[in-house]
Design a protein around this ligand. Structure first.
Ligand SMILES: [Zn+2]
Length: 274
């Protein structure tokens, strides 16, 4: 599933190409990929809109269309948002095609269809519960270690489950939760509230390092993730624990363990993480 670094890569690639463009029309090949408003209204509303901004909040892509209106894309498990020449053959599982005034196509493709497209103002999407309320952005300079400590301190659940909770911290998923907990030397199944202020500081640093390094390497293509040009990322070869259950820990050489937390497979080192 694309997480913060993968979504950030797509957003920063698309921004210089989309800002200033106008959406001429939209074709929905699988209309129910639009969750808000009704697909017909969605098509009518985006046509003729000018793209003013391209941003990200958590794992959500936010395309600003003026007057506070946002075209929101969530990639779900297997979503891909690509900018292509219109002559590019339509791939199967393409659900939406936006034709731009420079002749190019912005295409949304999603084999497993867990992704979604939304259109509305932020208030409208939040109050209708089409978009969840999200916690702070972990790579934001204003997100301090003390804030992470406070958010962990009040929780009686597994540490990893808090990192995955989008209302606690936005944008972190299975890959970067496992990676940052390993870097911080913290067990994923430890109760979040037992993490000391000092350890929370270490986790804050590890989390930001893991996410920033992954952004520099253009994300992790562990399964179907592709950037806006259809290319794979570079971080998947540099992951320390994710996807390496049973393989030796790079620090101590002992085999990495796998457990399930919050329904997600979780890889860690029983020796290096406490
Ligand atoms: Zn180890």
């Amino acid at each position: 599933m694309p997480e913060l670094p993968e979504v950030e890569t797509i957003v920063s690639d698309l921004r210089p190409h989309l800002v200033g463009r106008t959406i001429v029309s939209c074709d929905l090949l699988f209309p129910t990929i639009v969750r808000h408003p009704e697909p017909e209204l969605f098509i009518d509303s985006v046509a003729g809109m000018h793209i003013e901004s391209v941003g990200r909040r958590g794992k959500f892509i936010l395309i600003g269309l003026g007057d506070g209106l946002l075209l929101v894309v969530h990639l779900g498990m297997t979503g891909q948002l690509r900018l292509v020449d219109p002559a590019t053959p339509l791939q199967n599982h393409t659900h939406a095609v936006f034709s731009l005034d420079d002749g190019r196509h912005l295409r949304y493709r999603d084999p497993r269809r867990f992704g979604r497209l939304l259109l509305g103002t932020e208030e409208d999407l939040l109050s209708s519960k089409k978009m969840p309320r999200l916690g702070p952005e972990p790579i934001d300079p204003g997100f301090l270690a003390e804030e992470l400590y406070r958010r962990l301190h009040k929780r009686r659940t597994a540490l990893k489950a808090v990192l995955l909770d989008q209302a606690a911290i936005a944008g972190v998923g299975n890959i970067y939760a496992d990676e940052s907990l390993h870097r911080a030397g913290l067990r994923p199944d430890r109760i979040a509230g037992t993490v000391s202020r000092k350890k929370a500081q270490k986790l804050h640093e590890s989390l930001r390092d893991s996410l920033r390094t992954a952004i520099e390497n253009r994300g992790s293509s562990v399964d179907t993730y592709r950037d806006a040009w259809g290319k794979i990322g570079g971080q998947q070869e540099k992951l320390l624990v994710y996807g390496r259950a049973g393989e030796p820990c790079f620090t101590c050489g002992r085999p990495l363990s796998m457990i399930r937390i919050a329904g997600r497979s979780t890889v860690f080192c029983r020796h290096c993480q406490r």
